[in-house]
Structures are given as structure tokens and as C-alpha cells.
Design a protein around this ligand. Sequence first.
Ligand SMILES: [Ca+2]
Ligand SMILES: [Ca+2]
Ligand SMILES: [Ca+2]
Length: 284
Amino acid sequence: MTRIVKSLAMAAAVLTAGVASASYPIYSTSFEAPTYTAGNSINGVDGWNVPGGTVTVTANGGGTNAQDGSQYVTLSAGSTLQRTISNTDDVNLIWVQGYFRGTGSSVTLANANYTDTNASAIVHFSQQNGIEMENGNGLGAAGTPVGSGVALNPTTWYKITIQLNFTPDGNNHKTWKLWVDNARVPSSGTQTFGFRNDSVTKLNGFQNLAQSQSLFDDFRVIKPILGDANGDGLVDSADLIRLLSYVSGGVPDIIVKTDSDIDADGDVDAMDVDHLTMIIMGEM
Ligand SMILES: [Ca+2]
Ligand SMILES: [Ca+2]
Ligand SMILES: [Ca+2]
């Protein structure tokens, strides 16, 4: 009933069926033509399901433009958008990223009453509290709400980047991290959150719930690969171009930053450009 982005574990029987050999990026879409037709429902398109409400492919216009390209999707109030994610076997660290926009939920995360018992990360958009995260207890029950410190502006796209870590920490809990517009939140930048359910073994699916009308664009699920600066699953000259842009002051991008510290010194700089060049030239 409330706007949410989360990675969701579904029944294992669903997930083990038809899993092909891994290919990356694991999944990526910007909801553009020709796969997505403006004005049509997204239900049944490219693996997306709409079990409640309506989710419509929407073209730029009326003062609202896509975050990326010329189309996005619009979730009606009370709608649910779901997609199964495959090819995540043996991927212990995974990125889930998308752009979201809307007024958010009229209730806070503490009152949202999400009933899923098998979820990993839950992000909630609250009119009152802004973007909130659930620090899960790993037991399948509701965890503790944590504020991101980011308020919601209904006319702004927010880039939400989730890193899921399926390798248990020292307390035997699985953990996740959140970035909003490439900035780690909360602003202390060190807090990790627990999964709602530690028995979740891999990313199985994604669900977006909208209490009020909300917009969604440029969704990606990515496996970290050192040197894959643009996250398309290949390490090639396109990554060199992306990394050069980043190093020379281009738009910050947390995935570029994490995948491009080739020499593992904690910074992404000209030395990494040199190293990536050598890798692509086959000299490393
Ligand atoms: Ca788009
Ligand atoms: Ca690449
Ligand atoms: Ca470096």
C-alpha cells in the first residue's frame, strides 16, 4: 500500500526454473521503444507484472521528462510493479539501481506494515520523513526504520542505488547499503542495514509499490566487475571513456567508482585509467 523499492525473495521453485548461464548486466531497462510502447500498460512486457493497479509507459510531455531517454513508467496510486530477476546464482554482491519520483507515502516506514517475510532490502518514500530504510533483523519481521536525511521533492528524480551483500558479516547477518544520488546515506556514510530475512540466498526479484502516483525509470541490476566502469558486463574501451569522464570531473557515479579502483588504493584517479588501459590492451 506504500511506495517501496525492494529486492524480494520469491518461491525457490519459481526462481530455479529456466535460469540460464550468467550474463551481465543481469537486467537493464530504460523503458524505451521499441520494447515499451508509450500509452500501453507494462503488464506482461519484458517480464514485468502488474498484479494491482495500473503501470503505464509514459512519453515525455506535459512538463515531465524521463530521467533517461524519452519514456518512463507511471505507477497509479495503489499499484504494484514486480519483476523476477534471474542469473543471480553465486552473485554475492549485487547492485540494484533505479530512478524514482513522486509524492511518496502518507505514512512513515514505522507505520507502513510491509507484510513480506522474505525480503532483503526495503526502501520507503515517506512524505513526512523522506527516504527511509529498514534495518532488518534477519528474522523476517519488520525491522527498525532509519532516516536517510533526504527529503522528498515530488518534482525531482531520485537515483536510488542499493548494494546487497549476501555474504554474512561477523554477526552472521546479511547486509545492504544505500546511496541516494550517489551519496551514501545516512550522511555518516558508514551504516549498513540488515536484511529483513537472512535466509534469502540470492536476489530473486524486485517490487515497486506505489501508494500515490509515482514515476520510475532506468532500472538496472548489476554484478560488480573490476574495470566495468559503465556496468554493462564487459571490460572494454567504453569503460575507459566512462572512467576518463569520471576522473576528469564528470558526473559522480557510485558504481563507476566502486568498479574502477583497479589498483585497489581506495581512490579512483589517473592511475586507474593507466591500469585499465593496460588491462584492455592485454598487458595486465
Ligand atoms: Ca527511460
Ligand atoms: Ca563495461
Ligand atoms: Ca585506484
